[in-house]
Design a protein around this ligand. Structure first.
Ligand code: B12
Length: 209
């Protein structure tokens, strides 16, 4: 079996097959990060099919569920690589936005790099983020925004952190399909990364590690 097959199984929405194939690939000794990349490629393809109106919302929901099932299996494998750096990172998807697959992948990559992750989930209001920063002393807030409509929520979080006098102690990094560095900065973020792997690299740089 190849990693291509994993991508295809996801794109073809073979829900009964995907976890079996991921398990088989892990048993064969494949790097879990490579499997994750194959799945992410599949989700991107599914996004394109949705844009072309070949797939509809039902397909998106099913793909999301399949992806979640595979992350349950891959998560512990990625965690096993942990080497014990315990900086805290707060992760959340902004208010109004229920897309959490990208955020969950970032979380897994951060865990596998040895960070402690405080996951505030999806559709997360700014006051919950402010409270978590206060309580944890985290130096990084990593936000995901997938909808054009929810980009503004980044600015809302930036302002809430400023109002609480916490903005100087945290760096705000954002990601998600509708964003780029320019938009991210306009919304008050300190940084942007296009994918979870470079996201971890950027976070390390923000922490000057
Ligand atoms: C799966 C999906 C869904 C699933 C989400 C399941 C889930 N639990 O997440 C469901 C079916 C629920 C859904 C619902 C909707 N969706 Co939708 N969805 C998608 C789809 C196909 C894939 C998103 C995804 O998971 N991609 C795979 C992950 C791995 O990629 P990612 O999220 O971009 O994350 C990567 C990077 O961006 C980055 N990253 C992400 N976050 C962060 C954060 C940081 C800090 C860093 C550093 C990096 C980083 O790292 C990740 C991994 O490398 C996209 C299409 C697309 N091309 O993005 C549409 C898309 C985002 N959805 C869209 C829409 C319109 C909707 C709905 C409004 C549809 C509707 N009519 O109801 C609803 C909105 C619900 C809501 N309030 O949130 C539009 C948004 C258009 C826009 N620009 O606003 C898109 C772009 C599809 C389209 N072309 O029309 N959706």
């Amino acid at each position: 079996m190849t990693l291509d097959e994993i991508t295809k199984t996801l794109v073809n929405l073979e829900a009964d097959e995907i976890t079996k194939k991921v398990k088989a690939e892990l048993d064969a000794g494949t790097d879990p990060k490579k499997i994750l990349k194959a799945l992410t490629d599949g989700m991107n393809e599914i996004g394109e099919l949705y844009e072309k109106k070949e797939y509809y919302l039902t397909e998106l929901v099913l793909a999301g569920e399949m992806m979640k099932d595979t992350l349950k299996i891959l998560g512990p494998k990625l965690k096993a690589e942990e080497y014990g750096r315990k900086e805290k990172i707060i992760c959340a998807t902004v208010r109004g936005d229920n897309h959490d697959i990208g955020k969950n992948i970032l979380k897994l990559m951060l865990l596998s790099a040895g960070f402690e992750v405080i996951d505030l989930g999806k559709d997360c209001p700014e006051n919950k983020i402010v409270k978590a920063v206060k309580k944890s002393g985290a130096k990084i807030v990593a936000l995901s925004a997938l909808l054009t409509m929810t980009i503004e929520e980044i600015a809302v979080v930036d302002k809430a952190l400023k109002d609480a006098g916490l903005r100087d102690q945290v760096k705000l990094i954002v990601g998600g399909a509708p964003l780029d560095m320019e938009v991210a900065k306009k919304m008050g973020a300190d940084d942007y990364a296009a994918d979870a792997i470079s996201g971890v690299r950027h976070i390390k740089a923000l922490l000057e590690m």
